[in-house]
Each structure stands twice: as structure tokens, then as C-alpha cells.
Write a protein that binds this ligand. Structure first.
Ligand SMILES: Cc1ncc(COP(=O)(O)O)c(C=O)c1O
Length: 389
């Protein structure tokens, strides 16, 4: 029977019958795993990516988490890795070798850009950045040695929505693998495999874990890429501890309810901010006046809690006074936990294929699970400080 997302989030990966009726899977702490015999050891070696073989390859706790994420994303397989950046690095390295070329969206998460510009470059893999709004025009940038077309939608900090089906079709016509960072939407609000993506990366650190207490990444994929991806990330020594897998799976159980609230609160804050005289523009793709709203509406199933705000011109000191005095919005990296956050963003140096031209400073807001009215009151006091009152 086909299960819907919130049902899958509640049950996928659990198998109480195998664990004496206990609802959640046990946490296995494992390095050594004993074999019955040499023959058993050899047989398990052949199937080591799918069975309990050695701790680094995963345990039933890891497999329960991977099964749940794969089910939610409509992927065939998932592989857990130690961070979101680990997922990005692992996915990219799976598909490139010296002399190859990567097409990377200009609005990508900055450490992804840094990975391309330092690590990939060191191994003679060239990266070209492209405009997130390029659509089918990506075809003109594909070279004979282009192996990966990488997307992140919406774009980091500026929230442009990419035309994923158009880009994927052009990439596939030239034999490229299409990799997408789906962290913002999570597997619930965007279904990459319905739109032609081959491999998806997640900072599970964000909504999947949901409680700001675990670093983790997940790569999901079509079956045909599983052995390649697992060989790469296992070969780099990536492994995730049982306690962290347990916490991630526990986070997933409530992701449906959490995301619905993040969505509602973020939209309430975004609409309120739009009406404020200190605000030049709110960057949230679910708002009808956002430049890529039509694409968001066509392809996404919801919006999450993260969005950007362009302020009217203001000094650095006034922006700092606004942020430093916030009572409910913490100042810190990452997002996707239960709590609200606000960070200043600097986009003037973050783009190379496109130009970011805005009249004032920018901040990024994560709407947490607090009461939206309390958050709005905190924002109102913050905007007073911005004006110098
Ligand atoms: C869109 C996106 N992808 C990947 C990452 C990296 O995740 P992690 O911090 O788990 O390495 C982040 C972190 O902020 C992110 O925002």
C-alpha cells in the first residue's frame, strides 16, 4: 500500500516485531562484528554494502535511518555520512576524476563552492558556476568532459528556485549526473526524483535531525548509483555513530508536524516584514512577488522556515544592534532546529557568475517553533534598534 509522507515519517525504518515489540530500533554500538565461520565471513564480504559486516559499513540502526530517508524522498537507497558537507563532497567525488568538469550553481552553499575551488581544483577537476535561473540554457555550458550538473534550490541566502526538470533534461541529454542539495525543502516539500534528479544530498543536521544536536549528512540515490556512492564514501572512511543515527531517526518521526509549523511561522514573519518600512525586500519563494514564485508553485509541495530579508540602507552598527539585542532569535550557524535564528549575510563576494545588487544589508532568518506572535514582537523591537530608537 502506498503510504503518504507523514505516515512514512512516523513509521518508515521501524520494525518493532524484530525487537521484542520495542517501537524504536535499538542503538547498536559496533566496530567488530563476529562471523560464524570463514565461509560466513567470505559470503558477507560479497554483500558488505547490504549486510552487517563491519561497524564502518553501518549497523541495523544506520540501516533503519537510511531506509526511512530513502522512503520519504522516493529514492531507492540512502547512505548516511558525518555531515552535510560530507554528503556534498562524497557525492561530487563519486562522479569526477582528474580532467573532468563540474557545472555548479552560483548560489550554492558557500562551503560547497570552497570544496570545488580548493579540493576539486587540487585534483584537476574544473568548476564553472552558472546562473541559477539558466534553465534549459545550461546545455550551452556542458562540455564533453562535464560529469556533474549540481543544483541547490532554492539558492543559498537568495532563495532562487531552479527549473530542475529543464536542467536535468539538458544534463541527461549529454550524459551528466544531476546532483541536487535538497536541504531547504527536505524530502517532504520537494521530490527531486519526480523532476529528473539522480543523486540528492542533505544536511540532515537541519530538518531531518531537527533539534540542533547532531551533525549528519545523507545522500540518496537511484539504485544504479548506490554501489558507486557507497564505494566512494566508505572508501574515504566516512561512518556515522549509532547514537547520532538514532537521534536523526527520532527527529524524522516529527518532521511532518515540525515542517508544517516552520512553514506557517516563516510565512507569518515574512508577510509581517513585507509591511515594515525598514525592509526593502523579503526573499521567500512562497511569497507571490518573489521572482521565482511560479517555479516554486509548480514543483514544490511546501516551504520551510528559512528565508532572507534585504533591509533598506543601514550601517553595520545598526544591523549589529538589531541582531545582538534579539531575545528569541539566536545568532549562530546552521538552521532547521526547533529554535529561531538570525544571521547577517554578505553576498557581495559570494557570487561569480551573477551579480548580487541590493541597496541595503541582508539577514537570514530561520523561523523556529516558538509562538509566532512572540517572534514578531521580538522582530519589532529589533527593527526599532535598527532605526536607532
Ligand atoms: C543548503 C546547505 N547544504 C549543506 C550544508 C552543510 O551541512 P553541514 O553543516 O551538516 O555540513 C548546509 C549548512 O548550513 C546548508 O545550509
Amino acid at each position: 500500500m502506498k503510504r503518504r509522507d507523514r505516515t512514512l515519517a512516523t513509521h518508515a525504518g521501524n520494525n518493532p516485531k524484530a525487537h521484542k515489540g520495542i517501537v524504536n530500533p535499538p542503538v547498536y554500538h559496533a566496530s567488530t562484528i563476529l562471523f560464524d565461520s570463514v565461509a560466513d565471513m567470505r559470503a558477507k564480504h560479497k554483500d558488505r554494502f547490504n549486510t552487517v559486516y563491519y561497524g564502518r559499513y553501518g549497523t541495523p540502526t544506520t540501516f533503519a535511518l537510511e531506509e526511512a530517508v530513502a522512503a520519504l524522498e522516493e529514492a531507492d537507497r540512502a547512505v548516511a555520512v558525518p555531515s552535510g558537507l560530507g554528503a556534498i563532497a562524497g557525492a561530487l567525488l563519486t562522479f569526477v576524476a582528474a580532467g573532468d568538469h563540474v557545472l555548479m550553481v552560483d548560489t550554492t552553499y558557500e562551503p560547497t563552492r570552497a570544496f570545488c575551488d580548493t579540493q576539486l581544483k587540487r585534483f584537476s577537476v574544473e568548476t564553472t558556476y552558472y546562473d541559477p535561473m539558466i534553465g534549459a540554457g545550461i546545455a550551452d555550458l556542458i562540455r564533453p568532459n562535464t560529469k556533474v550538473v549540481y543544483l541547490e534550490s532554492p539558492g543559498s541566502h537568495t532563495f532562487e528556485i531552479q527549473d530542475v526538470p529543464a536542467i536535468a533534461a539538458a544534463a541527461h541529454a549529454r550524459g551528466c549526473v544531476v546532483v541536487l542539495d535538497n536541504t531547504w525543502a527536505s524530502p517532504l516539500y520537494f521530490k527531486p526524483y519526480r523532476h529528473g534528479v539522480d543523486v540528492v544530498v542533505h544536511a540532515a543536521t537541519k530538518y531531518l535531525v531537527g533539534h540542533s544536536d547532531v551533525m549528519m549528512g545523507i545522500i540518496t540515490m537511484r539504485e544504479k548509483f548506490f554501489t558507486q556512492v557507497k564505494t566512494q564514501v566508505h572508501g574515504m572512511g566516512f561512518a556515522v555513530g549509532g547514537d547520532d543515527c538514532y537521534l536523526a531517526l527520532r527527529g524524522i518521526r516529527t518532521i511532518g508536524a515540525r515542517l508544517a509549523q516552520h512553514q506557517q511561522t516563516a510565512l507569518a514573519l515574512a508577510r509581517w516584514l513585507q509591511g515594515r518600512p525598514e525592509v526593502h525586500q523579503v526573499l521567500h519563494p512562497a511569497l507571490p512577488d518573489h521572482p521565482s514564485h511560479a517555479l516554486w508553485k509548480r514543483d514544490f509541495l511546501g516551504s520551510s522556515g528559512l528565508f532572507g530579508v534585504v533591509l533598506k540602507p543601514a550601517s553595520d552598527e545598526r544591523v549589529a544592534a538589531m541582531i545582538d539585542g534579539m531575545e528569541l532569535f539566536g545568532l549562530g550557524f546552521s538552521w532547521g532546529g526547533y529554535e529561531s535564528l538570525m544571521v547577517p549575510t554578505n553576498l557581495t563576494t559570494a557570487r561569480t557568475a551573477t551579480k548580487w545588487q541590493q541597496p541595503g544589508p541582508t539577514v537570514r532568518i530561520h523561523a523556529g517553533l516558538e509562538d509566532p506572535e512572540d517572534l514578531i514582537e521580538d522582530l519589532a523591537r529589533g527593527l526599532d534598534r535598527l532605526r536607532g530608537n
